[in-house]
Structure formats: C-alpha cells, structure tokens
Write a protein of this length. Structure first.
Length: 466
C-alpha cells in the first residue's frame, strides 16, 4: 500500500506549473465520443480519473492512444452504447458520458452512479434533461436505459440548480440534436466554456457558455479537432494554500488568474501578499496567517467547493476563528475529524465549520477520506511538526498529478513510499547502525546522542514559527 510521508515545517519557495484541468478534461473526453473523427486533446492531466475515462472510450469502441499529456481519440468506429458497472463505480462522474453516447448512438445504458464520500450526488437533473431532449428512459434496479430512435430534439431547459455535470451533459447532447436548445440557469464554471470551445472547434454551434443562458443550435455531425485543456484552477488554488500555510513564497505559472477570482480575496484576508499577471499568481505568506471571518462555497464565480477542504486545513494555524459554510455538497467535512487529530480545533454543525486557530499542529498517521480532503491532510502535514504518514493516496491521485513531486520541488520534505512500515524499520536500523559505528557522547557524558538525520528526530513542539 502506498503512503505519502511528510516531515513538516519546511517553507515552500519557488515556481510551479499545474496540470490541465481534471474537470475540463473529463467532459471533453466524453464529448469526443460524439465526434465522427479524430480528436487530439492536449494538456490532458495524468490522473486516474482520466485513465478511467479512456477505458470507457475504449469500451465504446473508440481507438484511444496517449503520449505524455496528449490523448488522441478516434471515435469514427464507435459501436457501443453502454458504460459497464465497474467503470461507473471506478469513476462516478462517468455520468458525463451520457449525453455523448445518447447523441451518437441514439441509446445509452448505464447504472446509477450512486453517492460518494462527499454526498449522495443525485443525477435527477441529468435524467430529466435527456427526457426533455426527447429520450425515453427505462429505470430498473439501478439500471438506466435511454433510447432516442429518432435522435434528440432541441428543447428549452431550465435547471433548478446550476449543476456542472448536468450543464455539460445537456450541451453535449444538444450539440447534434435537431433544432435549438436554450438552457437557462446553466453552470458558469470555466470548464463549461472549455467544453463549448472544444465542441465549437468540432463544428458545433454553442453560444453563451460561461453565462447562465446557453443556446445550442444542433448540427448534423461533428468533425475531429485539436484542443488544449485549460489549466486546473483547483490544483492551482490548492498549491497556493500549501505555500501560504508554510509561510512560503510561491508562484504558480501558466494559469488563468481570473479562474481563481474568489480565492484571491480570501488569501488577502489571511494576510498573504499577492501579485498577478495574465498567466501567473505569486503569493508571499505572512509569518502568521490571519483568520478568514466567513467563507461560503457557491457555484462559479463564487468560492469553489473543491477548495473548501484545503482552505480549512490552512486556517487551522491562522490567528483567530474562521468560519466556512459548505453550500454545495451535504457531507464535505470528512477531513475535519482528521485535522483535529493533528491538533486542530474544529467544530462542524450541519454545513457550517468553525475553525479556531491553534499555535501549531503535530504530524500523525492519517487517511485521505476523499480527493480534496486528502490534499487538505497533506497541507496539514506540511504545517505540522514531525512526521505525517498519509494513507488512501489513491484518492489524491484522482485529481492531482504527482503532488509529492510538485511539493518537493518547492522544498517540502515529502515522498511517496510503497510500504511505510518496512521503510521506517529499514531507516531505524540504518540509524542504529550509524550510532553503533560512531557513538557520540553527550556533553554530560551520560548517554549516546542519536546521529540520525534531523527529519526523524521529533522537533520541540513548544516553539512554532507558523
Ligand atoms: C462537478 O461535479 C465537479 N466534478 C466537482 O468536482 C465539483 O465539486 C462540482 O462540479 C461543483 O463544482 C467534475 O467536474 C468531474 P454538480 P458535479 O452537478 O457535476 C446537486 C472534484 O473534487 N445535483 O454541480 O457532480 C448535487 O447533489 C469534484 O474535482 C442534484 O441535486 O457537481 C450537488 O449538491 C468533486 N441533481 C450540487 O447539485 C443532479 O442531477 C452540485 O453538483 C446533479 C447535481
């Protein structure tokens, strides 16, 4: 079992780039199934969720190849219409393939994705939208079968909530439907605009993506294209928070600062100095972070729910009491209990999390509860005194490309080990051998002082710089 091992209290300094957006690459890869040709998707992140999407495309009969950060999909020979249960379970957001499969094959079979660690994740908005576009739905024991023998027909659709996934499914399904679709109360996330840019490059006619009303005029067929995925604004935000919690000075390059709009005032209120240009953000953290009075997660352009857990980790060592309200998902505080084990003072009441800043955290053995909560525990480990050993690393690998390498490039003492127990034992034997080979007497001559390198000697927990 893999672990990530962090020895905290190292200041992060330097420059990084972030990978392409997971939440943009997934709907765009789904949309390639609609294209009767070859799509080249560049800046596609190397993540387990992207691998799952590639498996689904291959299962549908598409020819998929990957070199480094480019995924090439030839969907001209697509001959399937079913997402197998195992792949639905591997990645619940596979539901975003529904619109493409239905639009291309005129039928689609999938199982209800079920909930996940952060909530029930219903898909009622997706299902009713496909029916409004003319598909017939049969549901039986968790199995969903859509048929649209005459193809889909444009409709006026209003979402009761600006669901990102439902917006994506509707835009994809409507791209080759007959006639016009007018979608109101659409999600406005940048990933929606990126998806529309890809589809329009394939010959679709989508207007207004990124606003609350999107108009899609269906076209007969879509041709292949080459598209570069936008940078991952959630990863960029996460690394800025990691820099802030370590009193660091980091720059995140090749991003779109406007996509992080709601985070910047929060970082400023926490006492960070920020400089932005067209393609980068540089952060310089104070010796001691200030509390952030109130943060509410909202649909874009509000504060993103995916940054809530990493922010709460940073605020555990800020001066004063911070409050976060999670308005998007009903149980996205699973990381809070683990942060308390680091020594944080957090109380959760319904959707409200109250964080009372503490002088310092102490490293623990912990387990990632979900993707963003897992990185929150890494941020706590970066701030903590001593050693943090994180299990459940597979959650983090869904959404962050080689996080330990990125953090180490900024000066963090972090590494991924295959078997922590064995590594620790080997390390302690090495230290013991080193002590035996050249014992050193302490000043009072009473005992041998370990010569083990500092990272495995517990630091004095009274002093705290953070
Ligand atoms: C997307 O999930 C993202 N995932 C999530 O990122 C992100 O947190 C979320 O949007 C909100 O920004 C991908 O893009 C792959 P929603 P999605 O539909 O589309 C309710 C991450 O960490 N709802 O906007 O599933 C739902 O229960 C992930 O990268 C319905 O009630 O989110 C939730 O309360 C986590 N019925 C709210 O809407 C529906 O049919 C927002 O969900 C659909 C959603």
């Amino acid at each position: 079992m893999e672990n990530i091992v962090i020895h905290g209290q190292k200041r992060l300094n330097g420059e990084i780039e972030v990978h392409g957006s997971k939440n943009s690459a997934l709907p765009i890869l789904a949309a390639t199934a609609l294209v009767n040709g070859v799509s080249e998707i560049h800046n596609c992140p190397r993540l387990s969720d992207v691998e799952a999407a590639i498996k689904i495309l291959a299962h549908l009969g598409c020819r998929v190849s990957r070199t480094d950060h480019t995924v090439t999909v030839d969907a001209s020979g697509m001959n399937g219409c079913e997402i197998p249960d195992a792949l639905m379970r591997e990645m619940r957001s596979s539901v975003v393939f529904l619109g493409a499969i239905l639009g291309r094959a005129k039928e689609a079979k999938l199982s209800t994705p079920g909930g996940c660690e952060i909530g029930l994740r219903p898909i009622d908005l997706h299902l009713s939208a496909m029916e409004q576009l003319g598909a017939m739905l049969k549901e039986d024991a968790g199995k969903l079968q859509f048929t649209a023998p005459d193809g889909l027909t444009g409709a006026r659709i209003t979402l009761t909530f600006p669901s990102v996934g439902a917006t994506e499914n509707i835009i994809i399904a409507a791209a080759t439907a007959k006639g016009r679709t007018v979608l109101t109360n659409a999600a406005r996330e940048p990933e929606i605009s990126d998806l529309a840019d890809f589809l329009n490059a394939c010959g679709a006619r989508i207007h207004g993506a990124g606003d609350s009303t999107v108009v899609i005029d269906g076209v007969e067929t879509l041709h292949g294209t080459s598209h570069t995925v936008i940078p991952d604004r959630i990863a960029a935000s996460t690394y800025l928070l990691a820099g802030a919690v370590t009193q660091g000075r980091i720059c995140v390059r090749d991003i779109i600062p406007a996509h992080l709009g709601a985070l910047l005032p929060v970082l400023k209120e926490a006492g960070c100095d920020l400089r932005c240009s067209g393609r980068w953000i540089c952060l310089s953290a104070p010796p001691r972070l200030h509390r952030v009075k109130m943060t509410r997660t909202m649909p874009y352009p509000g504060f993103p729910t995916d940054v809530q857990a990493p922010l709460s980790a940073m605020l555990t060592v800020a001066d004063g009491t911070s409050v976060i309200v999670e308005n998007i998902f009903e149980s996205r505080y699973k990381h809070a209990g683990e942060l308390v084990r680091f020594g944080a003072k957090i109380s959760v009441e319904g959707r409200t999390e109250v964080i009372e800043g503490v002088p310092y955290l102490t490293g623990v053995h912990t387990t990632a509860p979900d993707l963003r909560g897992g990185f929150a525990l890494m941020i706590a480990g970066l701030a903590a005194h001593g050693e943090t050993v994180l299990s459940g690393v597979e959650h983090i690998d869904r959404g962050y490309e080689a996080p330990e390498a990125v953090l180490a490039s900024l000066g963090a003492d972090v590494k991924r080990v295959q078997d922590y127990g064995r590594e620790k034992q080997a390390y302690e034997q090495k230290c013991e051998q080193a002590d035996n080979d050249n014992p050193t007497e302490s000043a009072d001559g009473k005992h041998t002082v370990s010569t083990a390198p500092p990272e495995y000697i517990e630091t004095d927990n009274t002093a705290h710089g953070a």
